[in-house]
Design a protein around this ligand. Structure first.
Ligand code: C2E
Ligand code: CA
Ligand code: CA
Ligand code: CA
Length: 278
């Protein structure tokens, strides 16, 4: 692939090498690009196995730098969390995601939208109110909004996370525990945590086909989710065989390359609205 082509289809490009160019060096660029709305939002579809249709999208951030090509979110999000950029990054991500979700709602294709949040932002005074305010401004119903929090991040300040998420839940916002199974103490907090869905981490979904014990673990996770009245989402579903096993386990929702890759939100929305108009 030519450079431009690689960038255009959103594949990671080899110019950015964290061991040579740590993301710290790009601090000023990241700050400026967030302020100038130069990051991109991708939407990846989630498919409801019982309804047999796409029910929601997960919003995923992309950052392309002129000098180093694409810097993956697995590098710049943790960096933003360690610096003061997580607050503007989150504000950008919320507004950009809701803007595209609102276009779907207005166009008569109301998909739910899932937004990744770092619990770091919960320390900000009035964060829940800001989020609820953004929903109102964009006209996206709270019930159609899911905030995704990773299991590990949750545990760093459990009390504060629970307080903020309760406030969001009270207003109808849904809460997903992301990367479930990769953190600690899962069962201890699951009992009290105001979640509505549980996302089984891709590492389990991946290993399921080749390792029978992992398959049993995934089966148990689906069962725990259901016993706690949580919807169960499996991420990283890359092939039909995995999908069929998840169907057999009574998993509710699947996400992964087999269903659809992350697409530029503009493109996703345009295609969706065009298909609905036919
Ligand atoms: P995540 O929340 O676990 O998101 C799922 C990741 O798996 C995404 O990587 C997605 O592109 C990838 N993925 C989805 N299906 C498949 C599949 O079938 N196979 C494979 N190999 N990968 C799949 P991505 O976009 O690179 O994001 C990485 C992480 O960065 C996310 O993990 C999330 O924790 C974080 N992130 C992304 N955007 C944002 C954002 O706007 N805000 C925050 N706070 N975090 C974000
Ligand atoms: Ca996520
Ligand atoms: Ca995830
Ligand atoms: Ca994951």
């Amino acid at each position: 692939l030519a450079h431009d082509e690689a960038v255009r289809i959103g594949e990671p490009f080899a110019i950015y090498q964290p061991e040579i160019t740590p993301v710290e060096i790009l601090y000023t660029e990241l700050r400026e690009d967030i302020a100038a709305n130069k990051l991109d939002v991708m939407f990846q579809p989630l498919y409801d196995l019982r309804k047999g249709e796409i029910v929601s999208v997960e919003s995923l951030a992309r950052w392309h730098t002129a000098a180093y090509g694409n810097v993956p979110p697995s590098d710049f999000v943790p960096f933003a969390e360690r610096s003061d950029l997580i607050v503007p990054l989150t504000r950008w991500s919320l507004n950009a995601s809701l803007r595209h979700a609102a276009a779907l709602h207005r166009g008569g294709c109301p998909l739910d939208v899932a937004i990744n949040l770092s619990p770091r932002v919960f320390a900000e005074q009035g964060f829940a109110e800001q989020l609820l305010g953004a929903l109102e401004i964009w006209g996206v119903p709270a019930e159609a909004t899911i905030v995704e929090i990773t299991e590990t991040a949750l545990l760093t300040d459990l009390d504060m996370s629970v307080r903020v998420l309760r406030r969001l839940r009270d207003r109808g916002v849904r809460v997903a525990i992301d990367d479930f199974g990769t953190g600690y103490a899962s069962f201890a907090y699951l009992r009290h945590f105001p979640a509505t869905e549980l996302k089984i981490d891709k590492s389990f979904v991946d290993a399921m086909l080749t390792d029978p014990r992992t398959e049993q673990v995934v089966r148990a996770m689906v069962e725990v989710a259901h016993r706690l009245d949580l919807e169960c989402v499996a991420e990283g579903v890359e092939n039909e065989e995995t999908l069929l096993r998840l169907v057999a386990m009574d998993c509710d929702i699947v996400q992964g390359y087999h269903i659809g890759r992350p697409m530029h939100a503009e493109t996703f929305v345009a295609e969706r609205l065009a298909a609905a108009a036919m």
